[in-house]
Write a protein that binds this ligand. Structure first.
Ligand code: F6P
Length: 548
């Protein structure tokens, strides 16, 4: 496999970067009144304005050539066709099959998986309807009014953040509560408010071996029994979503109450599977299906659009451009929409657990940067906390602004102000404010020349800070599906260019193993001498504070 930096186009990109660094975006807009129109692409209801990026046609062309030389389209087609591209785990990667609305079969190990996918969706739909209509009752005959969705990582972030993002679409039939952390206060605060007779626990764990989820489910079961239920009633109040059906049954979940998922669905790509059941319970199955529809539309776009019109490829190319040629350590996500406040956390797992690696798919260590740090928060809140650094701090940190042109549960004044802040921030980051402009603003303020110069230096905003603005008419389930799928495919394209396996996550294993050993130490089952002096000291502190 040719190393990324040895590709023919790499030299061109390097030369382009060295040349363009002396330019300022402000001048690019002056020189080309059509810039905003030329660097804007729409698909699947999403509009991407990428004109406020430090690029020109030659750079943009070189980035699309990079994809050709990295065989992105070939690798993309292999993924969609079910080839085993997750080579370290010997698995296909087919989260796209979960939302496939086409008629074609998709084969894994010679078997068409689409019938199972559709059967599971039908089972989800029936179950959601049984809960919403009240036909599924608790052991005392009460309808279910509260759902406690227990899971972590991809078994939590997708369900929670999509449900939150689509709050205007939530049903009144049930209220869904999410629990993830093994910190007992989380599940305590949720269960403390609920009546066990009208509560259903949805336990989500692909592996059915995640410590936090197992412990939280045990606590929920203990709560259910102590509240008056008994073991025979558990089957009416506990269901599970897992690929490990045997372990779920052994744990005490009724086999009929287990929704299957498959090993060709990665945790951080699983919201489209039965892991998405809490979303369907919160919104109704129709809206969950619209989420799938939107993702399918983005899949179709990703499969068919040429690179220079392909939204995931454009975003992927821009990220690679800044990561390698502007030493960008992070990618910032600023959703200017309260309901999308969880999006940075969602993309954190999607991106950082996929591409946070330094060994390529052949097992060779790579000598170039790969996955960036993903961070951000809802606008306008960030403007009053970290935007100072974005405007005047060192380093390049490309930003995705995300904004719904219309929204529910707001009014024109509020939404116009939100828009003005989103667009104004992108403009300020691009054009900045020069020393000369700041100096002139300080005339006739009663300052001496030296005071005026010094203050102007403090007030200077360099600008030339890149951003991409993603807009759409309204955040409907379908648009949200397209937005999430777009980021999934962006991560995929970057992983291909970096030569990574974006679908395993070996880096999380050691922490789990050592955490389990420390737990034995904390419980006095392992002598402190087996740990390094720092860990043994910390264990001792905990033991002294919590005498058994
Ligand atoms: O430890 C990381 C991880 O495996 C994620 O990839 C996954 O989404 C999460 O833990 C939860 O895993 P499970 O669904 O198997 O409980």
């Amino acid at each position: 496999m040719i190393m990324l930096t040895d590709l023919p186009i790499w030299e061109t990109l390097t030369a382009k970067a060295n040349a363009i660094k002396s330019s300022h975006m402000r001048d690019m807009f002056v020189a080309d009144p059509e810039r905003a129109q030329r660097y804007k692409v729409s698909a699947s209801g999403l509009n991407i304005d990428f004109s406020k990026n430090i690029i020109d046609d030659e750079v943009f062309g070189a980035l699309t050539s990079l994809f050709q030389q990295s065989n992105v389209e070939e690798k993309r087609n292999a993924m969609f066709q079910g080839e085993v591209i997750n080579t370290t785990e010997g698995r296909a990667v087919l989260h796209t099959a979960l939302r496939n609305k086409g008629a074609d079969p998709i084969y894994v190990d010679g078997k068409d998986i689409m019938p199972d996918v559709r059967d599971t969706l039908a089972k989800m739909k029936d179950f959601v309807e049984s809960i919403h209509t009240g036909s599924h009752k608790g052991y005392t005959g009460k309808p279910i009014k509260h759902i406690v969705a227990i899971g972590i990582g991809g078994s939590f972030l997708g369900p929670k953040i999509m449900t939150e993002a689509l709050k205007p679409y939530q049903t009144d039939a049930v209220k869904v509560h999410f629990v993830a952390n093994v910190d007992g206060c989380h599940i305590h605060d949720v269960l403390d408010t609920l009546d066990h007779e009208e509560t259903l626990v949805v336990m989500s764990s692909k592996s059915f071996s995640t410590q936090e989820t197992l412990q939280n489910t045990l606590t929920a079961k203990d709560w259910f029994i102590k509240s008056g239920g008994n073991q025979n009633d558990v089957s009416l109040h506990f269901i599970a979503i897992s690929s490990n059906v045997e372990a779920a049954v052994e744990f005490g979940i009724d086999a009929d109450n287990i929704f299957p998922m498959w090993d060709w669905v990665g945790g951080r790509y699983s919201l489209w599977s039965a892991i998405g059941l809490p979303i369907a319970l919160a919104l109704g199955f129709e809206h969950f299906d619209a989420l799938l529809e939107g993702a399918f539309e983005m899949d179709t776009h990703f499969l068919n659009a040429p690179a220079d019109q392909n939204l995931p490829m454009i975003l992927a190319g821009l990220g690679i451009w800044y990561r390698h040629f502007f030493d960008a350590q992070s990618q910032v996500l600023l959703p200017y929409y309260h309901y999308l406040r969880g999006l940075p956390a969602y993309v954190q797992q999607l991106d950082m657990e996929s591409n946070g690696k330094q060994v390529d798919i052949t097992g060779q260590r790579v000598d170039y940067p790969t996955g960036p740090i993903i961070w951000g928060s809802e606008g306008t809140n960030g403007q009053h906390s970290f935007h100072q650094l974005i405007h005047q701090g060192a380093g390049c940190m490309p930003i995705d602004f995300i904004f719904p042109l219309t929204a529910q549960n707001t009014n024109h004044q509020h939404h116009a102000m939100l828009a003005s802040n989103c667009f104004g921030q992108a403009q300020a980051l691009m054009q900045g404010k020069s020393f000369e402009e700041c100096y002139k603003d300080l005339e006739n303020k009663g300052l001496s020349a030296s005071e005026q110069k010094e203050l102007a230096q403090h007030k200077t905003m360099p600008g030339n800070k890149p951003s991409t603005t993603i807009t759409f008419n309204a955040l409907t389930p379908k648009i949200l599906g397209a937005l999430i799928a777009m980021y999934e495919h962006k991560v995929f394209v970057q992983g291909v260019v970096w030569g990574l396996n974006s679908f395993d996550q070996w880096g999380v294993e050691l922490g789990k193993v050592l955490g389990s050993r420390v737990l034995d130490g904390l419980n006095g089952d392992t002598p402190l001498s087996t740990f390094d002096t720092s860990t043994s000291s910390l264990i001792k502190q905990f033991q002294d504070a919590n005498p058994l």
